[in-house]
Design a protein around this ligand. Sequence first.
Ligand SMILES: [Zn+2]
Length: 461
Amino acid sequence: MSVKPSARTIKILIFITIFIGLAGYSFNKVSTNAEETHKQGKDREYSNVGVESFVSDGKQERYAVHYPVFHMKEIDEPLKKYVSKELNRFKEENKSARARQINGPFELNIQYKIAYYSKQAAAVVLNEYIEAGGAPGKTVVKTFNADLKHKKLLALDDLFDKNSDFLYKISNLSYEQLKRKNPAADDELLREGTSPLAKNFSRFVLLEDEIQFYFEKEKTGLEQSVNIKKDELKDILKDQYKSMKKSKTQEKPKHKAAVPIPKEKIRVGPDDKVIALTFDDGPNPASTNKILDALKTYDGRGTFFVLGSRAQYYPETIKRMLREGNEVGNHSWDHPLLTRLSKEKAYKEINDTQNIVEKISGHRPTHLRPPYGGINDSIRGLTNLKIALWDVDPEDWKFKNKARIVNHVMSHAGDGKIILMHDIYATSASAAEEIIKRLTKQGYKLVTVTQLEDIQKQRGH
Ligand SMILES: [Zn+2]
């Protein structure tokens, strides 16, 4: 996704971008069967909160499901029940789809965000992306709120005084906010989707000084959330939910120095042509491993600009990249345009990815490829990573056509060039196999971005 993402990538991006706080990654393996791994770990931000994970990276179906555990059955049980139901339904749908000769992709991803957490209460948002049974992918948001002090799960009407007209009030405020933000929205749909019915406001999180409601595209025409200040509801909100403590926040991350990758370099003579193949947005084991196999076969190296949000699920692939002499670079946590984020958020995108790669492999990347190539001085000022852009872009995310990708790269290949591709697509992996073979035959040495820079320095560029 380098320049203009396709509709599907936009959908996935929106999905991925929703997640800010993600599941922890210090896991203990509990069990492994043929394809599924079950792990228990700790949340990254809240050390009192556990994380339960079920991950399968099978050829037929892939899923990664994570949900928090608060060690209080009133909230843990409903969360677990919901997630198990979703996972079982996904598996059932795939089974019946395969019986109908539909061959995927079958992918389920459930991640969580702890929107609020204190001694008093907890609020969790589950973000689900599902692509099953041959149907197009869709995203689903589900929320859970618990009053931890009184040990109970909270429904919306638990927050308000009995006999209050809270639904009318919330309905009005939500409609106004959505309308203001989207003046061109379909008014009829919007009115219907925000009409004062309990089912329209069942997805909410109770925060420190506001309540956030999530709306679905099918109902309101808009996939957005609305934040209503508690002040606006103070006449009807129960006292115990009016003033809540600040959510426990995370410690400030420390700036750590970059650790270079082990240099098991390709031997390059002074007259050799060199080229750097780079692969963004992964890892995605099925296609990434194909590329790694080809690099190994032809004794080449590549650079993989990975997303932290994907790296956390596929540590083995990250380790393999490095073990075989490839370079792992930083492509942010979940692929936002960094120049549009606040400094804090952009820093977190970069730093969390540094941390997860280090956690997995012991190495901290030395290069950042900003998503969409979007970079400015403010982002440069946040990091001491080198910025790695590219020279040749076959737009493989757009043209899922092997021959076209191969032709573009081969006709633009040249000494010292950096090629941009994406290792998450099957067509890109097949094209990369062919490109690696052809470039090697033409006498190119396939080197990492770091080695290319070193060579250019030596050559006095
Ligand atoms: Zn990208």
